[in-house]
Every structure is written in C-alpha cells, then in structure tokens.
Design a protein around this ligand. Structure first.
Ligand code: NAD
Length: 492
C-alpha cells in the first residue's frame, strides 16, 4: 500500500443485525464471509438473516409503529432527530467512507466526498422538509368539510443493491422515516456493513429502538421473506429488473403491499456534430461511464456519436482512458477502484468477450488486472462499431464498458435510443435549441440531460420509464411512496 492509504487498524466491523435497537446474531447463528474486493481479505463475518430474523425485525417495527413512539412525534421533533442523524453521519464520515471502500471497492475519495455527503444531505433534507408539508381541504359544498391528509403507510421494507449502499438506503429510509414509518432494511449481501453502522448512528441520534432495523442476508432468503411478509405495508426496492419483477409478484401474492422499484438502465448519450463543446462532451461521456467502476444504474453505457465527428470524438476519448486505470481504492489519488466481487468481475469479462464475438471492435481495455494482489479489477473498456442489437448494447453490464454506436439521422438515433427495455436516463448534446428540446421530449427516460451528464440534486425526482421501475426516489415526490392519502368528511 502507498503512504497515502489510511490506517485500518482502528476500524472495528460488526456484522450483526440491528433489531429493536440491539445488535443481534442471526436466529439460527448462521453467518457469511464479507470479503473485500480491494484485496480479497476477510473483513468480518456477517449475520446471515433469514425468515426468523425478518419476522423479529418486522415485529419490532410494527410494535414501534403501533405505539406511535415515532409516528406520534410532532414533525418538528422528528425533524430534529433526523438532522442529528445526518450530523452523526458526517461526524463519522471518514469511518463510513472507509467501510464503504473496503466493502464495495469504490475509491475512498468518492466514498467520502460523494457517498457519505449525499447520504447525510438526503437525510437532512427530508428531515428539514417534514415540518413544511401541509395537508389539504377539498373544495367541497359548504355543508361538509373534507380533509385530505397524508398518513404513514406503516412498516416499510427496504431492499437495496451494492453499488451505492449508503445513498440507495438513504434515498428510501429518509423519506420513509420522515413521514413517520418504521423501517426494516435489507442491504445487499455484497456490501452490508455501512447500513449496519448507519442503524447504530440513527439510535445515537435518538431514533427510537424498533423504528429503523437492519437485517443483512441474501436476497432469496432475507429479501424474499421481507417482500412476502404479511405484516409489511410497503416494499421499496432498488436493484435489477429481474429481481424487481419478482418483488411486484411477491407483493401481489402476499398482502398487496405497496411495491416501488428502481431498476436497471442502459442509458443513451447522444452527441450531435453541433455539440457546443466537444471536449466537455468527451469528458462527460468517459467520466460518467467509468465513475464508480461503471457500476451505476444511470451510467451512459450507449454512446451515440454523429458520424462526422466520430473520429475526433474517439481520439479525445481514448486519450482520457489512461486516467481511469484501476488502482488501490484506498489510495486517495485513485479514481477507479475495484469491481464489487469476483462474480461481478466475471460477468463484466463475459460481456467483453461477447462484444468481441458479436463483432464489436475493442479500442481500449478488456482485461482483468491486479493493481492490488487478490483484488477484483478490470480495465476501462471502449468498444467501437457497436450496433444497438448487440448484447453489449442491450443488456446492462454494470461495469466500465463503453459501447460506441455511430448515427447519421435524428429520427433514427431517437428510435435506437428508445429501443431498449430500459428508460432510466438519457442525454443529448447539441447547440440547436429546437433539436435539443425535440429530442429531449422524444426520449423515453425518467431523466434527460441536455449538454451535460452529471447534474444531480436531492430536489429532483429520480426513477425510470418502462422496465427501469415504478415510482420515484428523491424530491418531495418520494413522500407519495411512503404515505397513504386519507379523506376525512366532517359535517358542518
Ligand atoms: P439485485 O437485483 O441482484 O439485488 C438487489 C437487492 O435485492 C439485493 O439486496 C439482493 O440481496 C436482493 N435480492 C436478490 N434476489 C432477491 C429476491 N429473490 N427477493 C428479494 N430480494 C432479492 O441487484 P444488484 O446486483 O445488487 O444491483 C445492481 C442493479 O441495481 C442494477 O440492475 C442497477 O441498475 C440497479 N440499480 C438501480 C438504481 C436506480 O435507482 N434505478 C440504482 C442503483 C442500482
């Protein structure tokens, strides 16, 4: 390790579940090994939660909800606690960032600068919002008053993926808790540690025991037990489209719990010859696909470049690629870290092989590397000569692989961009305002960027069209997922 790497000796990792305000082992005592993708080391053994642990966590969450120890607090009081929670996260920012990097492989500079800060900001934002949301009185005849109020839905089950463990959790638990619900969170088995630490910090901040529980475990065991549970009122899921479809089925076949899903993407990034700043377009295209090792649902993995600028674009793009050579994520200079585990690394490598087999031209990367012995790393990879029907253009790779597709015609590129089962995000680059507006309107995606790719803010909704999911995280719209509307008629 270089001298810039942090001291790990003081870090204590606890893999036990947090249920009803206490650290507990799995009911049957089972554990699973939590390995670091940085160098393959065993970080700790984590409680392998199953149906009995989910039952215990749901019972604790139900009891907390029914006695109104949290839901019954004034919104301004919940606000104060949530702001304290956000402050605890920032106070433990270095520790949480280190946990995230060791567990998931992302560069420490981003774990601290992006993940910790975004998670804390999200929790603070919903805390600050909750005493500023008014209910309504309907415009009924004067013989009666009809109040339209929002009430917490009850016990919310949350299942999140491994790519942004803290942020994905915060996007759901923050509005759910702010609205007065109790929560049972199941983090990904690939990166469970930061969520467990968050639950401890929530308790320290004053969130009452039982209101926020975390049960680590595997999807088909703990995850499905949560999605099928008869006493869970709502399931909020982020993950793959494959599992997201199962979540809706499980919600329907159990108690018709509300089900919200944030799923996969294969985002098109369309660069026209009249793009206002080619250098910026190249920086954004390359930087956004390689950020977080390409393990982002909204990564611009399909790059559509107008034929007349393709060569110039690719020359500039390839000149940037060496910047993203993977290195030890604990080194503060590193911008591309480790892939989350060996299974995901093998998946990425299989897609790269398939791209070559189907006739795409490999311009850069394509190989696994080991900047740290025992770790899971892959080179930043660029394919040219891709067509929209190739596997690498259709399926979500979830790795640092850019597919370049050339186009000549506006209508055709919009048709190709939309020819995907996904509809999470898209971008268009042109200095022609009419073209930008027309294409942005025609793109079937939850978020469309014009002449940039990286703008992001907690104030805007995030979610997908088509098979990228149902519902929206972030912004005040997220409260819709975690509240029921109630109409109360009062005779006057
Ligand atoms: P995944 O679907 O394999 O797993 C996600 C979570 O679901 C994990 O906690 C897992 O344990 C759990 N799970 C797996 N099988 C389950 C089952 N049968 N029942 C209940 N739970 C189950 O996804 P992943 O590999 O962890 O994450 C990558 C995916 O997440 C990508 O498709 C990515 O696009 C998506 N994602 C979407 C967004 C978004 O906001 N739209 C954000 C981040 C990631």
């Amino acid at each position: 390790m270089t001298s810039a790497t942090p001291d790990l000796s003081t870090l204590s990792l606890d893999g036990r579940a947090v249920i009803d305000g206490r650290r507990v082992d799995a009911a049957d005592g089972r554990t699973f090994d939590c390995l670091s993708p940085v160098d393959g080391r065993l970080l700790t053994r984590v409680a392998r939660g199953g149906p009995a642990d989910i039952d215990a966590a749901v019972a604790a969450a139900r009891a907390a909800f029914e006695d109104r120890r949290w839901a019954g607090m004034a919104p301004a009081a919940r606000k104060r606690v949530l702001i304290r929670f956000a402050e605890r996260i920032l106070a433990h920012g270095d520790e949480l960032a280190l946990i995230e990097t060791l567990d998931m492989g992302k560069p420490l500079r981003y774990a601290r600068g992006v993940d910790v800060n975004s998670a804390a900001n999200c929790i603070r934002w919903y805390g600050e919002a909750v005493d500023k949301v008014y209910d309504q009185i309907a415009p009924t005849p004067q013989t009666a008053l009809a109040l339209i109020t929002r009430e917490p839905v009850g016990v919310v089950g949350v299942i999140v993926p491994w790519n942004y463990p803290m942020i994905m959790a915060a996007w759901k638990i923050a509005p759910a808790l702010a609205a007065g619900n109790s929560v049972v969170l199941k983090p990904s088995e690939k990166s469970p540690l930061s969520a467990l630490r968050l639950a401890e910090l929530a308790l320290e901040a004053g969130i009452p025991p039982g209101v926020f529980n975390v049960v680590p475990g595997f999807g088909p065991e703990a995850g499905s037990a949560l999605a099928l549970h008869m006493d869970v009122d709502c399931i909020a899921f982020t993950g793959s489209t494959r599992v997201g479809k199962q979540i809706h089925v499980m919600a329907g076949q159990s108690n018709l719990k509300r089900a919200w899903t944030e799923l996969g993407g294969k985002s098109p990034n369309i660069v026209f010859a009249d793009c206002p700043d080619l250098d910026r377009a190249v920086e954004a295209a390359v930087g956004s696909i390689f950020f977080n090792q390409g393990e982002s649902c909204n990564a611009p993995s399909r790059l559509f470049v107008e034929a007349s600028i393709k060569d110039a674009f690719l020359d500039k793009a390839l000149a940037l690629v060496p910047r993203y050579q993977p290195a030890n994520p604990l080194d503060r200079n590193t911008v591309m870290g480790a892939i989350v585990d060996r299974i995901q690394l093998d998946t990425v490598l299989r897609y790269i092989e398939q791209g070559q087999a189907e006739g795409a031209r490999l311009l850069a990367g394509g190989q696994a590397v080991e900047p740290v012995p025992g770790g899971c790393y892959v080179q930043p990879t660029v394919f040219d000569g891709v067509t929209n029907d190739m596997t690498i253009a259709r399926e979500e790779i979830f790795g640092p692989v850019l597919s370049v597709i050339t186009f000549t015609d506006i209508a055709d590129v919009v048709r190709q961009a939309n020819a995907s089962i996904y509809g999470l995000q898209a971008a268009v680059w042109t200095r022609d305002l009419n073209k930008a507006h027309g294409v942005a309107r025609a793109l079937r995606a939850g978020t469309v960027h014009v002449n940039q790719y990286d703008e992001d803010d907690i104030t805007v909704p995030f979610g997908g069209f088509k098979q990228s999911g149902i519902g929206r995280d972030k912004s005040l719209h997220a409260f819709d997922k975690y509240t029921e509307l109630k109409t109360t008629w009062i005779r006057i």
